[in-house]
Write a protein that binds this ligand. Structure first.
Ligand code: HEM
Length: 460
């Protein structure tokens, strides 16, 4: 007979667990796995949550049994922004869209946007005076949004760029709030069938300024994106990602509707910017905390990058820099957890998983688990160099795994290594912080205090 995985099982324990989940999610994950082991089950009202810190179990959910899992109910809220885009769509629609969009993310397509990455990096660096104080987290946020917006939609007027920037900020701010979770908890006390839909309905109709701003910003960016799609359809251009998505045809010659294009643009704007920006900010933190690693990265860059910025071909000559970036994402994965929902009754390592259970792969903790990593909290890029000890494939999943693995991983790596190599070739950064930053958790994990530094231009 199967049984549920261990977890809190009396009301007081569950209340404490829920409170911790709402107030300090990272501690909640850590404490839960310490107390109950690497597979833990929590039941809140009628909803079951299975938390995974075990690479085999994660592999089963994301890859081996991927067919019986959909994205979890946590993604329902994201649909307000993402519509039916790739991040949240399911079934045949997802399959078709993934197939249609793959062409926009091949090595060849990524190579084509390399000049844009360089141009934007040059523009950013030209604003850094000697000894100026900057927040690298803000800079990374700005540049990654510029890059994804321009590669997607082409050159925009300043007023249009502002619409995109403020809309993206408003959307991310909205996703950082967890009002819906509190509402759901409260609704658990009432005999209501679909508590999540009700919580989302209440949340979106609350007469709050932030809610109004959120919907207004969606409207503004929708209007802009729809206008761009119409214009570019007529112009029959072949310049940017959007042109590729407008033209791509399925086997039956059908093309994407304007609504689907809008949804995909929104998905890529958010998924392609927040993640890369946070990965870069954490990486700068790590480099400034570990001067010996920084020195090795700088030496590699000085040896192999001829000009001020790397050419596309030169990126492959920076294995240590690449390994350092991966190691940084091991310790600070921008997507800190991935969740799914079981669509049928199943088992994981002998534990019962009833249909409807939300299953959460804890990326942050599995990537720091002593079960898979030697000296897990040490920052050691050598782990990712050729010839290093093999690790369990699903103990390192910053880009996810299985069929829904990140479609933009190639682009993210190219962008990140280009930006890092350019900044470190031209500047010395001195930190004015001496503490590890706190976590700001929303869709992604960010350094709460940013990354404030002083810049000094190097003499090349
Ligand atoms: C360091 C940067 C990035 C990280 C850490 C990252 C991480 C991830 C992860 C973990 C997933 C899987 C989510 C899940 O299974 O629920 C994902 C999916 C996705 N990512 Fe990324 N991502 C990054 C950059 C990008 C970029 C640059 C783009 C696009 C330009 C992008 C677009 C997407 C899309 C569209 C999906 C959904 C794929 C699908 O479900 O088929 N990401 N990403």
């Amino acid at each position: 007979m199967t049984k549920f995985a261990p977890g809190p099982n009396n009301l007081w324990e569950i209340i404490k667990t829920v409170f911790k989940r709402q107030t300090d999610p990272m501690k909640f994950y850590h404490d839960t796995f310490s107390q109950f082991g690497d597979i833990a089950y929590i039941r809140i009202g009628k909803q079951g949550f299975l938390m995974l810190n075990d690479a085999d179990a994660i592999e089963q959910v994301l890859q081996t049994d991927a067919k019986i899992y959909t994205k979890s109910t946590a993604y329902e809220r994201f649909k307000l922004i993402f519509g039916k885009g790739l991040l949240v769509s399911e079934g045949d629609l997802w399959k078709r869209q993934r197939r249609l969009m793959a062409g926009a993310f091949t090595n060849r397509s990524v190579e084509k946007i390399h000049p844009l990455i360089i141009e934007e990096t040059q523009t950013m660096m030209s604003k850094w005076e000697d000894s100026s104080e900057i927040d690298l987290a803000e800079e990374m946020n700005f540049i990654t949004l510029q890059i994804i917006t321009k590669s997607m939609l082409g050159e925009l007027e300043e007023s249009e760029s502002k619409i995109v920037r403020s809309a993206v900020q408003e959307m991310l701010k909205y996703l950082q709030t967890n009002r819906h979770l509190w509402l759901q908890l409260f609704l658990n006390l009432l005999p209501i069938k679909d508590k999540l839909s009700m919580a989302l309905k209440i949340e979106t109709s609350l007469p709050l300024k932030s809610t109004k701003r959120f919907f207004k910003s969606i409207e503004a960016v929708d209007e802009l994106v729809n206008r761009m799609i119409e214009k570019r359809r007529k112009q029959n251009l072949n310049e940017n990602l959007i042109d590729m998505l407008i033209k791509v045809t399925d086997d039956d010659q059908s093309v994407m509707t304007n609504q689907q294009l809008r949804d995909e643009v929104m998905n890529i704007l958010i998924a392609g910017h927040e993640t890369t920006s946070n990965a870069l900010s954490w990486t700068f933190h790590q480099l400034l905390k570990y001067p010996d690693v920084l020195k090795k990265v700088e030496e590699e860059i000085a040896q192999f990058i001829k000009g001020e910025t790397p050419t596309y071909e030169e990126l492959s000559k920076l294995p240590y820099t690449q390994a350092m970036f991966l190691e940084s994402m091991r310790l600070y994965p921008p997507f800190w957890r991935i969740s799914r929902r079981a669509t049928e009754n199943t088992t994981i390592q002998g534990y019962e998983v009833p249909a409807g259970t939300n299953v959460i792969a804890s990326i942050f903790t599995v990537q720091r688990s002593g079960k898979y990593w030697k000296d897990p909290t040490e920052f050691r890029p050598e782990r990712f160099l050729e010839g290093a000890e093999e690790h369990h494939r699903f103990a390192f999943i910053p880009f996810g795994g299985g069929p829904r693995i990140c479609i933009g991983a190639n682009m993210a790596m190219t962008e990140a290594i280009t930006i890092l190599a350019s900044c470190l070739k031209n500047f010395t950064f001195t930190k004015n912080f001496n503490k590890d930053p706190n976590f700001l958790l929303s869709l992604t994990m960010q350094p709460k205090e940013g990354c404030k530094v002083k810049t000094q231009r190097k003499k090349l």
